[in-house]
Structure formats: structure tokens, C-alpha cells
Write a protein that binds this ligand. Structure first.
Ligand SMILES: Cc1cc2nc3c(=O)[nH]c(=O)nc-3n(C[C@H](O)[C@H](O)[C@H](O)COP(=O)(O)OP(=O)(O)OC[C@H]3O[C@@H](n4cnc5c(N)ncnc54)[C@H](O)[C@@H]3O)c2cc1C
Ligand code: SF4
Length: 452
């Protein structure tokens, strides 16, 4: 049997992509990490740990950095969060661990938790040491995990540590979901996401790529495995429903980002308009700037106070030269075969609240590329298709309903976690969900076995 090529060696990223999407927060070296670790007050009731969805014991891992025990530090991180390297780069720490740091109370800079976490994790990867966990003694139980994004990866790691077989199925050719194909390259390079997953595969997780699970395949998996875990994330970006959306030169934020991350897209034309003002829209607009666009607009139907993007992401985009147009609604994408412009109308508020188009305020922007980023839909439709037991999984507005403590759905043999259950949050939330579900599945299987 031929040996598998490690995931991170299966991709060839163009050097200009690496150059244009350089590290947003350069890493610490030992000289910088140790004094920063020594600033930590090692709070007894650490609010940073409480604010981290995976509850990493932050003071403990930081203390180990200060004392030079880097392997121990990485172990503390991985014990709570198997994607500790990705989260150290991707987490919006301003609203999580670092936002809760007690240093704020003394008007001091919070401890740079994420950079310290990255320092410990990078040291482990660079040392070439194996993952500091062994798979558990085999129980004979098996779980099929649909999707190979952060939720399924975290779930699979917990299952393997408890001796449960974990087989992941993903429609894509490589693992990681949006961790690999969605998070901006200047935060988390695709290669780093894959390197981390390669390490995880030491636990004996098995991967099946290019495998789209539909209703009939789901039924097959339900028969073959003891449990099915759904870590399918969200679906495609919504369409606007206006004329011109099918023209060449209209794309969506997920395609643009996945395209440049995988090296398939290396440039964009000079004028780009992104529609929407969430974090994904910001990432797409910054990507357009870095891919060579000289005139990038974000257009949004509400005002800055209503946008869902974090303030620091908004500031980042402004610093990159992205221009914002508030209270405008696209009405038509203009062009022959290719996009030539976007027609818009201004919106004004009425006495009783809702924004309405202002008569006579129509205007047009010339553009070469329109990027849609107005939220992702769900793709849980296949669950309710006739013939599959998965049809017993209860949904609410397309999201899978779960018991938050265990990840179990209304159909006991099915568990779920991540974006498909929370409607789209952060990588660290998906990891927390996956971990809880892994523990929940192992306990449920054990309970079934005892009853039998
Ligand atoms: C553009 C973008 C940027 C982001 N940036 C950040 C960031 O900077 N920081 C942060 O913390 N979070 C960020 N997020 C959010 C984060 O990426 C997600 O919350 C996280 O990846 C969710 O993990 P998941 O496992 O639930 O789903 P996903 O990562 O979406 O993985 C789901 C996987 O399931 C597969 N799949 C789906 N359906 C099927 C099927 N029927 N059969 C087979 N396979 C299937 C998909 O191919 C995919 O690989 C970003 C999201 C987006 C869209
Ligand atoms: S995983 Fe994210 S939120 Fe948790 S401690 Fe690390 S950087 Fe902070």
C-alpha cells in the first residue's frame, strides 16, 4: 500500500499569495514570550478561562511557558482544545479570553493569550514531537462523522481518545472545513490548518474525501455505524434576488476566499464591490485589496451600528483602504455578458422605524467584480428527505436542534455540533461543540452497551 502524503504537503500555494497575505500578528520568540508570560497574574478564578468556549486552563499553560516547560504547556492547551494552534490564530480574542483579562481593570494591556498559545503550539509542531495523547483501548464502537471541519475534528479526537473508531466523510478534497478554506490567510494559513490536522490523524482518525453525503448515503451510514455525527457547517451564501446576479463577474465571498487560499485565484480586477457588512464581507474586501484591487467598496443597507462585523475587523478594513457605503440597497447588477456596474438606491428611516427607499436617490457604481456576502443558508435539507432515519432529526429554521450538554439530536443515534447547530459562530465554538459531543457519544454508547 502506498504511503499517504501529509495533508499540508498536498497543496502548492503560490509564493505571491504567501507574500500578500503575510501574518497579521507575527509570532513571539522565546525572548518576547517569557516576559509576557511573567506578566500574567495567574488569577485563581481566571476569567479568561471562563470566557474561552473550550475552557483552556489559561493561567496553567502560561505558567508552563514562564518555567520553560513548552511541551507541558502545549499539552494543557490540547487537552481542552485539539485545534489549539488554529484557535490561537483565528480566535477573535478581543471578545473572548483577552477581553476578559483582569489587566483591563488596572488600565493595562491584557495578556497576549493568543500569541502565547501560538508560541506553545508552534514549539510543539517545530519540535516534531508526536501528539501528547494515545488512542484509548479499542471499544469496538464506531462513529461516522459527516464533514471534516473543526466540529467533527474535535469530536473525532475525543472519540479516539476513548477507543471509539472515527471515520470522517467530507465533500471537499482536503480536511478542515472553513478552518482550511474560509479563515483569512493572514490569520490562519491553509497550510497551518492542514499541518495541525495531520498531527491529529496520529490518533487513528480515518478520512474519506470527495464524498458528498446525501439522504441515501446517510441511511447507509446509519446502518453501518453505531452513531452518526453531523458537523456539516452552513450552506452557500444567500442570493439577493435582483437582476444580473448570473453575470460573469458576480461571485460570493466564500468562493473568493477559498479560491485565493487554495491558490486557484491570484488576482482580482481593479474595481470590486462587496455586498454585506459581516466579518465574512470584511475578509472578502480585504482579500480583494490584497489581490490587487485599487477601488474596493462595501455596501450595506443599514448603518455602521447595525453591522455584524466586529469593530476591530471594521477598523482593519478601513486601514486597508476599503470604503464603506451605508444605507444603500442594490437594485440591479448591470452588464452585457460581464458585470459593468451596480445600481443602488439610498434608504431612509421612517417615523415607525423601517428603512425605505428614497425616491429619486438612485445612483450607480462602476465595477468589475461583485462579491455577495449577505449571510449563509443551511444545507440540512437532505436530513428530512424520505427514506432516511435522519429525517427524525428535528430542525428549527434549518438549524439542527441539539441537547447543548451532549450534542445529541432528537434522533438518539444522531449527534451534531458547530455552525449547523449554532447558526455560524467561531472556530473555537465549533471545537467546544465537537468536544462535548465526542464525550457525549462515548458516554451514550457505553450506556447502551450496559443496558444491552
Ligand atoms: C469567510 C469566513 C471567515 C471566517 N473567519 C473566522 C475567523 O477568523 N475566526 C474564527 O474563529 N472563525 C471564523 N469563521 C467561522 C468558522 O470558520 C466556523 O465557525 C467553523 O469553521 C465552523 O466549523 P464546522 O465544523 O461547524 O463547519 P465547517 O468549517 O463549515 O465544516 C463543515 C464541513 O462539512 C462538509 N460538508 C457539509 N455538508 C456535507 C455533506 N452533506 N457531505 C459531506 N461533507 C459535507 C463541508 O465540506 C465542510 O468541510 C469564518 C467563517 C467564514 C465563512
Ligand atoms: S482558544 Fe481562543 S478563546 Fe480560548 S484561550 Fe485560546 S485564544 Fe483564547
Amino acid at each position: 500500500m502506498s504511503e499517504r502524503i501529509p495533508f499540508h504537503q498536498q497543496v502548492a500555494i503560490q509564493p505571491e499569495v504567501v507574500e500578500r497575505f503575510g501574518d497579521l500578528h507575527p509570532p513571539f520568540d522565546r525572548q518576547a514570550a517569557v516576559p509576557e508570560a511573567n506578566r500574567c497574574l495567574y488569577c485563581f478564578d481566571a476569567p479568561c478561562t471562563g470566557a474561552c468556549p473550550t475552557h483552556i486552563d489559561v493561567p496553567r499553560f502560561i505558567k508552563k511557558i514562564a518555567s520553560g516547560n513548552l511541551a507541558g504547556s502545549a499539552r494543557t492547551i490540547l487537552d481542552a482544545n485539539i485545534l489549539g494552534a488554529s484557535c490561537a490564530r483565528a480566535c477573535p480574542v478581543e471578545v473572548l479570553c483577552e477581553g476578559a483579562c483582569v489587566m483591563h481593570r488596572f488600565n493595562k494591556q491584557p495578556i497576549q493569550i493568543a500569541r502565547l498559545q501560538r508560541f506553545a503550539m508552534d514549539s510543539l509542531h517545530e519540535s516534531g514531537s508526536p501528539l501528547p495523547f494515545e488512542p484509548g483501548a479499542e471499544t469496538g464502537f464506531s462513529v461516522a462523522l459527516i464533514g471534516a471541519g473543526p466540529a467533527s475534528l474535535a469530536c473525532a479526537a475525543e472519540l479516539r481518545r476513548r477507543g471509539v473508531r472515527a471515520d470522517l466523510y467530507d465533500a471537499r478534497p482536503l480536511p478542515g472545513g472553513l478552518n482550511t478554506y474560509g479563515v483569512a490567510e493572514y490569520k490562519l494559513p491553509l497550510v497551518e490548518s492542514l499541518r495541525e490536522i495531520e498531527m491529529l490523524s496520529q490518533l487513528g482518525v480515518s478520512f474519506h474525501f470527495n464524498t458528498m453525503i446525501d439522504a441515501s448515503k446517510l441511511a447507509e451510514l446509519e446502518r453501518k455505524y453505531d452513531v452518526v455525527f453531523l458537523g456539516i457547517g452552513l450552506g452557500t451564501i444567500h442570493r439577493l434576488g435582483i437582476a444580473g446576479e448570473r453575470l460573469a463577474g458576480v461571485t460570493d465571498a466564500l468562493d473568493l476566499i477559498a479560491g485565493y487560499k487554495s491558490g486557484e485565484r491570484t488576482t482580482v480586477p481593479p474595481r470590486v464591490i462587496v455586498i454585506g457588512a459581516g466579518n465574512t464581507a470584511i475578509d472578502a474586501a480585504i482579500a480583494a485589496v490584497r489581490l490587487g484591487a485599487t477601488d474596493v467598496h462595501i455596501v450595506y443597507r443599514r448603518g455602521p451600528e447595525q453591522m455584524s462585523a466586529f469593530t476591530f475587523e471594521y477598523e482593519h478594513a478601513r486601514n486597508e483602504g476599503v470604503k464603506f457605503l451605508w444605507h444603500v440597497q442594490p437594485t440591479r447588477i448591470r452588464g452585457g455578458k460581464e458585470v459593468e456596474g451596480l445600481e443602488l438606491i439610498k434608504l431612509v428611516s421612517t417615523v415607525d422605524g423601517p428603512l425605505v427607499p428614497q425616491a429619486g436617490s438612485e445612483f450607480s457604481l462602476e465595477t468589475d467584480l461583485v462579491v455577495l456576502s449577505i449571510g449563509q443558508g443551511t444545507h440540512t435539507g437532505f436530513l428530512s428527505e424520505a427514506g432516511s432515519e435522519g429525517g427524525k432529526v428535528q430542525l428549527e429554521r434549518g438549524r439542527i436542534l441539539i441537547d447543548r450538554a451532549t450534542g445529541q439530536t432528537s434522533y438518539p443515534k444522531c449527534f451534531a455540533g458547530g455552525d449547523c447547530t449554532n447558526g455560524g459562530r467561531e472556530v473555537v465554538d465549533a471545537v467546544a461543540d465537537g468536544r462535548r459531543a465526542g464525550i457525549g457519544i462515548a458516554a451514550w454508547l457505553e450506556g447502551q452497551h450496559v443496558q444491552a
